[in-house]
Design a protein around this ligand. Sequence first.
Ligand code: WT7
Length: 654
Amino acid sequence: MSTTSIDSLLHENRRFAPDPAFTANAVAKPEIYDEARADRLAFWAKQARELHWHTPFTQTLDWSNPPFARWFDDGELNVAYNCLDRHVLAGNGDRVAIHWEGEPGDSRTITYAELTSEVKRAANVLAKLGIGQGDRVAIYMPQIPEAIIAMLAIARLGAVHSVVFGGFSAESLRARIEDADAKLVITADGGWRKGKVFPLKTTVDEALSANAATVEHVLVVRRGENVVPWVDGRDLWWHDEMAAVSDEHEAQAFPAENPLFILYTSGTTGKPKGILHTSGGYLTQTTFTHKNVFDLHPETDVYWCTADVGWITGHSYVVYAPLANGATQVVYEGTPDTPHAGRWWEIIQKYKVSIFYTAPTAIRSFMKIGREVPQEFDLSSLRVLGSVGEPINPEAWVWYRDIIGGGRTPIVDTWWQTETGGIMISALPGITTTKPGSAQVPLPGISIDVLDDEGMHVGKEAGGLLVVTEPWPSMLRGIWGDPDRFRETYWSKFAHLEGGPYYFAGDGAHLDEDGDVQLLGRVDDVMNVSGHRLSTMEIESALVSHELVAEAAVVGAHDDTTGQAVVAFVILRSRKEGTVTASEASDLLRAHVAQQIGAIARPRQVFIVAELPKTRSGKIMRRLLQDVAEGREIGDTTTLTDTSVIRLISDTMQ
Ligand code: WT7
């Protein structure tokens, strides 16, 4: 729990009441809390009926076999139809769905009618390649419209996508393709990042070269215009295939519980978990939360969420919810500082963005650059600002509101996870009096609690573990291929409480004097670096896979910009000692982790040490290493076998 200093949260007493003019026009009315409390299931059924159902459901929730939930089970719908055809049929085909901005400065404007016909075409391409209900398709793409088109085309066919963030390594991609037995991979020649084209197709080739017998075809979008190797028979150009099919495609209905996607995320063990989401409940909650948390008025708002579609935020709040709500949104391909430090603010000015959703890491790095940069642009169109991915410190919250939001916009700090599918805890703009640094209140229809280790409610002004006490529509339905790990990871800790099992989120939380929730960071061996989840074990395994390494321990250390940073302590193999200097070894190992997992996992520091602090039973004491990495006084060492070890490490680092 190191991302946010609890003291700074506890002593934060600024309050921001909603502006009455905002409240008068707000989507969410205060009554929805009472409505949801009075009958939670009726509340969710009502939200679900906002969608188009080919076959209406008659049952809301089946929780007879926990932790396996079934929502709207006998209903049938088509997720893509809800995001596309529905709007065209309602006469909104000319509304802009996507203002896409490429990093080099090219742009595309795509209406709902155009997006619908592109997705229909893509569905025909995929069907021709043999993709049907239940088949898994991997997507490894830059942030371009085709990534969204591909996801929706897969959904339209009742197939299952597994999007792998374009920054992951060939090895990470291979593991994900294999775990899901993907039949098809959709990628691009390259994408633009920091003024350069990064290759994607070559990484796919490398991933498939090892062993991915299940992959029959690779569909390649042309974006980077870079030269790519080609495997005849297997590889196909997206534009050739799209040109060869019709743009007529009738959406078929699929059961509400038909799998929609798998998205891999890091857990406490080395192997990433394939989080499984299904259709009706997922779309219900993401759509409801997007509309209410961001106060979306689809006819007039321009919404921009900066997340990559490779993460859950991109799935829920770039692809599915905004499109299901008929929103007009901005999608940007590149990095915030290319070609200049004001690129994001320039985009907000250009498209008159009114709702903006980003991560605290980004806000903190802009704070570091200084307010002069955003102040060069006209940001007066903004009216709601959102934050997600990690705890936001009050300083960053207030800067965000004052400098980006001109001191007028409500800020919604949204807590949720890959597993929850949609937002769970957040203020509602126009209703909630907001508090810097606090996610505050569970959304209507969501039941949470903060418990101590024994499962007792902690009460006000106390900290403990965050749990969700009732199933929710967009909850994960399992871990792909591993029901035991699903039960064990999320449902075993508080399985036996009355009214249980409860969902254990892995986060620490504090209830303030009003009973509002402040998130404190992970309580397990999971780090949060720039709002991305990384497993200490996964990075340790990557380190020990290098021939130089005998043993490794990884911790997440506080970092002013990225929240946490990866810090590794490594013992070299004795016969390798002397062949490289400590600084060479450290550079090699940082590069090795980036190559094994992806650049996001590259350690900020790798310290070469002679020993690691262990308990008498042989467990590495990461807590002590974290003290060292954060430059703190070293904590309790009483259970340590040899207390001199930690002194030695700490001295080495000085
Ligand atoms: C973990 C989930 C949800 C989309 C992005 C991350 C942390 C997320 C907040 C927030 C404090 C937050 C938690 C959570 N987290 N949002 N508003 N305040 N912490 O998704 O990769 O599944 O990570 O991110 O620790 O468990 P993810």
